[in-house]
Design a protein around this ligand. Structure first.
Ligand code: CP
Length: 302
């Protein structure tokens, strides 16, 4: 993985996933180490973020590296019309690694093609969010003790949800049974079902959330993303379709965990937060260790 960009989870093998999980576990035991001394990491966020940017920055700070970048493209020369290509070709002169979130699908791949330092995709439109997936895998592994043979419920916006798309691709390497729970307007795109068919994996589509929830090892909730809808009326129609409440968890497996990439709006009621099955804030913490593993792997630091 040394000096390679992380653009798509599809570029990762099963062995790559397991190696990152192993390294993340090591960083969880010892998160403060002087491994990035002298390294400059750029974070270019053309879209808002709390967890991804701050956990990356926390990861770098704990390892002794320095951060430069912007959190709002309007404060950069992009606002004067500078292209993505020119932005990347400039920032690569100032940094050893660029972490970028951008609203356009394929922008991270493009940036990796014009950059001579590695690019980490921190989310490109509705396409992919590979580092979220790696922290999701770490969270699933930590809570279930395995990635193999699990039953995963993906709930909410399965059409535009980049975290869902990346997680599905990664978990399809581990003999997973998928349950897709969404309103018809936000169904999982056919290309993902074709992929699962090609692997002979089982999947089920539901509109009723709770019917089979007792089978779940992981319930992965997602937000219906207002920013992905061109028609606000369409968003209003589906935004409150699924709300997970504490009483709905009574028949679920004892070891089942609820994950959510966050931010949530109202799809998980606050009364779930105290349930031991709620794992989403620990999942966000796992992002620091996983991103330490990703950065050091890409920079070839042992
Ligand atoms: N999970 C995630 O990407 O959160 P942010 O949008 O806050 O970075």
């Amino acid at each position: 993985m040394k000096n390679k960009s992380l653009v798509s989870i599809n570029d990762f093998t099963k062995e790559n996933h397991l190696r990152i999980i192993e390294l993340a576990a090591e960083f969880e035991k010892k998160p403060v180490q002087d491994l990035l001394s002298g390294k400059v990491i750029a974070t270019l966020f053309f879209e808002p973020s709390t967890r991804t940017r701050l956990s990356f920055e926390s990861a770098v700070n704990k390892l002794g590296g320095r951060i430069i970048g912007f959190t709002d493209a309007s404060s950069s020369s992009v606002s004067k019309g500078e292209s993505l290509k020119d932005t990347i070709k400039t920032v690569m002169n100032y940094s050893d690694l660029i972490i970028m979130r951008h609203p356009i699908e394929g922008s991270a791949r493009y940036a990796s093609e014009v950059s001579n330092v590695p690019i980490i995709n921190a989310g490109d439109g509705a396409n992919q969010h590979p580092t979220q997936t790696l922290l999701d895998l770490y969270s699933i592994y930590k809570t279930q003790g395995t990635l193999d043979g699990l039953s995963i419920f993906l709930v909410g916006d399965l059409k535009y949800g980049r975290t869902v798309h990346s997680l599905l691709m990664a978990m399809s390497q581990f003999n997973t049974t998928f349950h897709f729970v969404s309103p018809v307007e936000l169904k999982i795109p056919d290309e993902y079902k074709i992929h699962l068919d090609s692997l002979g994996l089982k999947y089920f589509e539901h509109t009723d959330f709770t019917a089979n929830i007792h089978e779940a090892d992981i319930v992965y909730m997602t937000r219906v993303q207002r920013e992905r809808f061109s028609d606000p009326i369409e968003y209003e129609k589906v935004k409150n379709t699924y709300v997970l409440r504490n009483y709905m968890l009574s028949e679920t497996k004892p070891g089942m965990k609820i994950l959510h990439p966050l931010p949530r709006v109202n799809e998980i009621n606050d009364d779930v937060d105290e349930n031991t099955k709620a794992y989403y804030f620990t999942q966000a913490l796992n992002g620091v260790f996983t991103r330490q593993a990703i950065i050091t792997s890409i920079l070839g630091i042992k």
